[in-house]
Design a protein. Structure first.
Length: 278
């Protein structure tokens, strides 16, 4: 009877663990869908009232999480827009950036790039109670579609000196996981190899030194950067890029991968590149 109860208890515990994991996974999927749907209803062309409304929405999602939230405004060709920054403080004063652009060429822009924006919001939620060695700054940019304007502005006028930034992770178009995309040669081998083994899709969506999105603004400053991207498709920059075509479960899995990636970088020993006079 005791053995039976022990086995029953073990089965109960395993079921409970499975339910908790499923619940967390499902919660992320629900959050991602909610954010993509809300953002897709706004015509987020940089400089428009809808883009400004989107920036306000992003701030309202981040502020309850306890981060230091601010709007970094900039002007470009007569219109005004802003980058939304949310900072998680840490013991070290070196910085990891997790970013995405929230602007569009035309609405609804569910995959490009409400998907990446929603993932950054969800990552901010997932990191809320995690301790990190380095400062984590979640960044959401306007002006990407006009030539990486928002991220370039941040790199020109960073919150910390640019030398303090050790890594940038960019999420752009991450809701179509079934699409195959070419991965670039990787330099962060030790970190990435273990994650590629854990996440079967990871190698397909992880690009390095790619110039097509906001990660390029950081790479040009010598900051290691990775770009998560599930590939182009027939709805790219079209009105048919709608929320119901997004795969929210795969987006939740990508968020889990991103958490592991950022934590692995956070726990790595970062070389000191500063020079001292002899």
């Amino acid at each position: 009877m005791a053995k039976y109860n022990k086995e029953l208890m073990m089965k109960y515990l395993l079921t409970l663990i499975l339910l908790v994991a499923t619940s967390v996974f499902g919660q992320s999927s629900d959050n991602l869908k909610k954010d993509v749907v809300v953002l897709s209803k706004l015509s987020r062309v940089s400089g428009t009232d809808d883009c400004k409304e989107a920036a306000i929405y992003l701030q309202t999602q981040l502020q309850p999480l306890g981060y230091e939230v601010e709007l970094q405004e900039f002007t470009y060709r007569g219109w005004v827009a802003g980058n939304v920054l949310a900072t998680k403080k840490a013991a070290l004063n070196t910085v990891i950036v997790v970013g995405a652009h929230y602007d569009v060429v035309r609405a609804p822009g569910a995959d490009d790039n409400a998907s990446g924006t929603a993932c950054v919001l969800e990552l901010a939620r997932l990191f809320k109670n995690k301790k990190t060695r380095h400062v984590i700054c979640f960044q959401l940019y306007a002006g990407e579609e006009q030539g990486l304007i928002g991220s370039a502005f941040y790199c020109k006028y960073p919150k910390w000196s640019i030398e303090k930034h050790i890594f940038m992770l960019n999420l752009d178009m991450v809701s179509r996981l079934k699409t195959t995309t070419k991965a670039s040669d990787l330099k962060l081998d030790k970190i990435l190899e273990s994650l590629f083994a854990k996440y079967s899709f990871a190698k397909k969506i992880t690009l390095q030194n790619d110039s097509g999105s906001d990660n390029a603004s950081f790479s040009e400053r010598g900051i290691p950067a990775l770009f998560l991207h599930t590939g182009l498709h027939g709805d790219y920059h079209k009105k048919s890029d709608t929320p119901e075509k997004a795969n929210y479960q795969s987006m939740a899995e990508i968020c889990k991968y991103a958490v592991d990636l950022v934590l692995a970088v956070d726990q790595s020993d970062i070389p000191d590149y500063s020079f001292t006079e002899k």
